[in-house]
Design a protein around this ligand. Structure first.
Ligand code: ASP
Length: 438
């Protein structure tokens, strides 16, 4: 059994968290490949090491003395080292880094958060340390070179049957360090899981997996035990983020399950993410989760005999394309069509877009509808189940939520409703109660 075990920044924020990680690793002998993020926040007032490193870089750029910030970083690492009684001599390396800092590339500098945290973790676990720079190969366009990474891993596995590796970075073909996007250690875990053909990718964080709804909106929502990658994608789009979105692709292709687990409550089962869940093992409710997102607006465009006007939609869409605005949903009537976009992408160019649509598509009317929220009700078990939408809309009606838009794609795993922003929380509670409490 091979498990990739990835610990996020909050799981390695201080010495107490390091001890929790060690007891998790020691409690299961298949946890032999450990990916580590840079130390994150130990408390609300604390700072993530990665943020502090970016801040040092900004100081250098603006010719402001960075030593004060670097001292905070050094102290964080030395405190962990001293409290755990580690042998590793990081003081010298940190002071060399401080000296060299102005000459390092941003990527190399910020990668040092993961590098030092992992070195200390390797020492603490008594595992070999393997540098991600020698393993993870990243093409110049940012994509992962799986063949080269695979080969490096095979070479390393000749000598090591366990190791700790930093997340978040790798090297480009010219040998320079390149970091992934923020939260990228999740992706490193996923790459390793795929290359080592792992049975499971454990992603340890500070929550016990995904909840069925945002706890700021629904009181004590239930946890999600199993979710498919497609459902996760639908919910993440609405902002329910625990896992980096790009971490899904490498393991999805290899059908390796991801288990989201809580370092502070290791006994919790967390959430398992899978490609598909066999019907007989599926004990989840009709819906898997409900999430909402504000900040949408729509242009409602009408034209008589729209169904017969060939090219009408294309002409409208080409205007949005010209302004680089993505049209996220397109609900239609007989003689009208709505273009739903995110408000932040049009607030500077809205009137130009309207003017060009008038000129290019000659509609009869265009209305701007601001302050919309979308609520996504997601669930693999909704598909082909008669009565699901009836239940959903009845719940919204009973709770005085006016539905302004309804969208359901053919995969039937998500029913999206558009409501006024002020109605979003109420709508989410109504849907959750209808499916979970009743
Ligand atoms: N340390 C990096 C960040 O803060 C990457 C990670 O934690 O996954 O974004």
């Amino acid at each position: 059994m091979i498990k990739i075990t990835k610990f996020g920044g909050s799981s390695v924020a201080d010495a107490a968290q390091f001890r929790k990680v060690r007891s998790i690793i020691e409690s299961d002998s298949s946890r032999r490949f450990v990916v580590v993020s840079a130390a994150g926040k130990a408390s609300k007032a604390d700072n993530k090491i990665t943020d502090l490193l970016y801040l040092c870089r900004a100081h250098v750029e603006y010719h402001v003395d960075y030593h004060g910030i670097f001292d905070i970083i050094t102290k964080r690492f030395i405190d962990i080292k001293n409290e755990l009684g580690l042998r590793i001599n990081i003081e010298k390396e940190l002071s060399e880094l401080c000296e060299e800092l102005p000459r390092l590339s941003t990527d190399e500098l910020v990668s040092r958060g993961e590098y030092f945290t992992s070195r200390m973790m390797a020492d603490f676990l008594n595992f070999p340390f393997v540098d991600a720079a020698d393993v993870i190969k990243i093409n110049y366009d940012g994509s992962i070179d799986f063949d080269a990474t695979d080969e490096n891993l095979r070479f390393i596995m000749k000598d090591h049957d366990r190791f700790v590796i930093p997340g978040f970075y790798g090297t480009t073909p010219d040998g320079s360090i390149k970091v992934m996007s923020r939260g990228g250690s999740d992706i490193t875990g996923s790459i390793l899981a795929r290359c080592l053909k792992a049975d499971l990718y454990e992603n340890w964080t500070d929550v016990s997996g995904f909840l069925m709804a945002d706890p700021r909106i629904v009181k004590d929502p239930l946890g999600i035990r199993t979710i498919t990658y497609s459902e996760l994608r639908e919910l993440s789009y609405m902002g329910a983020s625990v896992l980096h979105e790009d971490a899904v692709f490498p393991v999805k292709e290899a059908n390796i399950p991801i288990n989201i687990l809580n370092t502070n409550r290791p006994e919790d089962r967390g959430t398992i993410i899978l490609d598909s869940i066999p019907k007989d093992e599926d004990d989840s409710t009709t819906i898997t989760g409900v999430a909402g997102k504000k900040g949408f607006c729509a242009l409602a465009i009408s034209k008589k005999h729209m169904p017969e006007s060939v090219g009408f939609c294309r002409r409208i869409l080409s205007v949005f394309e010209k302004y680089g605005v993505s049209v996220e949903h397109l609900p239609t009537g007989i003689d009208s069509i709505g273009m739903i976009v995110q408000e932040k992408y049009v607030h500077n160019c809205l009137y130009d877009i309207i003017a060009e649509i008038k000129e290019k598509a000659e509609p009869d009317d265009i209305k701007y509808i601001p302050n919309l929220a979308l609520i996504a009700t997601v669930g693999r078990n909704m598909s082909s189940r008669i009565g699901t939408s009836g239940r959903l809309f009845a719940a919204l009606g009973k709770n005085n939520v006016n539905v302004r838009i309804m969208i359901q794609a053919f995969n039937e795993i998500n029913i999206l409703v558009g409501v006024d922003e002020d109605d979003m929380e109420n709508g989410i509670r109504a849907i959750y109660d209808a499916f979970v409490k009743n």
